[in-house]
Design a protein around this ligand. Structure first.
Ligand code: NDP
Ligand code: 13P
Length: 342
């Protein structure tokens, strides 16, 4: 793919819009696709995404489209930024049109909620043989839209494709690193959303800053344990895709997953909290897949397990936090290294 080959960004919510704007700012010919023709016409006319990123003015060079087939046919690279529940449907819609050799990148965080599969597995099934990359790391759409400094990472088993996607996104205010651990990078991006609910709950219950730091650190230990069982590289989970995004999402009030936890911790019901956020809150679906993976590999994830019980309304946030704090005393980590026990 040449430096000027067109990129199609699929998904005109907060993140797809911010990434498309970043590409357009870098001079990459970019078209943003959204499923709602009405919203796309409005964006093309007003040059704003009024629902998801109202303060951002869209660059004049950014094209908009509500028709997916021609974009999938003509793009040199496709960057998918829809929520995880919509990911497989979008792949199915574009699969007949995508030429061999066209690279597929995605910025979605989570798993396929139907099957519990990793998103890279869906890409390999629907679009076999294409270069594939995940774009992930600590990056609130709103801050990217405002041009605030951001660092993220692009992982692919195809080093040239990772480099190509990173180069297209990279700018002095948007540092795009590369790596080759796609499953590890996906796991970090998925798990941090669940762990952000836990810190949100603790903060909503005003449990203090010590509790927050404890939850972040023990949450990282959960990431490393499950990642270890799945063959992820520790460097991936200690880097932007893991620790970096965990810190951002557990501490930054722009996070929808943290805000869900905050609301639950203050006594708001799940449905009401999700409705008030009004955007995708990936943890609600992700938590079940993380726990299935953990059970399948015999890995104990105490914080994640309690988030699952709270999100399924089997425990109140107070009961969940009490259960977590009542766990027995134990070593911080096994002397032989990180093993499966929590
Ligand atoms: N926002 C952020 O800061 C970041 C988000 N992400 C990840 O990016 C992904 C997308 O999140 P984000 O953009 O924030 O979500 P938003 O809630 O902001 O937007 C969701 C977008 O997806 C569209 N959508 C929903 N269902 C479908 C579908 N079936 N087919 C096509 N489009 C659909 C929505 O369209 P409509 O308006 O018509 O419902 C909307 O445009 C998530 O996995 C998230 O974790 C990653 C990094 C940062
Ligand atoms: O992934 C994100 C930042 O890196 C966005 O987090 P939320 O989905 O919790 O808003």
């Amino acid at each position: 793919m040449s430096a000027t080959s067109p990129v199609a960004v699929l998904g005109a919510g907060s993140w797809g819009t911010a990434l498309a704007v970043q590409l357009a700012r870098n001079g990459v010919p970019t078209t943003l696709w959204g499923r709602s023709p009405q919203a796309i016409v409005e964006m093309a006319t007003t040059r704003r995404n009024a629902r998801y990123l109202p303060e951002l003015e869209l660059p004049g060079s950014l094209q908009l489209s509500a028709t997916i087939e021609p974009l999938a046919r003509d793009a040199g690279t496709i960057l998918i930024a829809v929520p995880s529940h919509a990911f497989d449907g979008v792949l199915a819609a574009i699969a007949p049109w995508v030429a061999p050799g066209v690279g597929i990148a995605w910025a979605t965080k989570g798993f396929d909620p139907e099957s519990g599969r990793f998103l890279h597995e869906l890409v390999a099934d629907r679009l076999p043989g294409r270069p594939a990359a995940v774009v992930t790391g600590p990056s609130f759409a709103r801050e990217v839209a405002l041009g605030l400094p951001t660092a993220l990472t692009v992982h692919s088993s195809d080093a040239a494709f990772a480099q190509d996607v990173a180069q297209k996104l990279h700018s002095p205010f948007f540092r795009a690193y590369t790596g080759s651990d796609v499953p590890g990078a996906e796991l970090g991006g998925a798990m941090k959303n669940v762990l952000a609910v836990a810190t949100g709950v603790a903060d909503g219950m005003q449990m203090g800053l010590n509790a927050r730091a404890g939850l972040i650190t023990r949450g990282l230990a959960e990431m490393l344990r499950l990642g270890g069982a799945l063959g992820s590289r520790p460097e991936t989970l200690m880097g932007l895709a893991g620790l970096g995004d965990l810190v951002l999402t557990c501490t930054g009030d722009l996070s929808r997953n943290r805000r869900l936890g905050l609301a639950l911790g203050r006594g708001v019901g799940l449905q009401q909290a999700v409705a008030e956020i009004g955007q995708v809150v990936e943890s609600v679906q992700t938590v079940d897949t993380v726990m299935k993976l953990a059970d399948a590999h015999g890995v104990e994830l105490p914080i994640t397990a309690l988030v699952q019980k709270v999100l399924h309304e089997e425990l109140t946030p107070t009961e969940g936090m009490h259960a977590l704090l009542s766990r027995e005393q134990k070593p911080e980590y096994p002397e032989a290294g990180l093993r499966a026990e929590g």
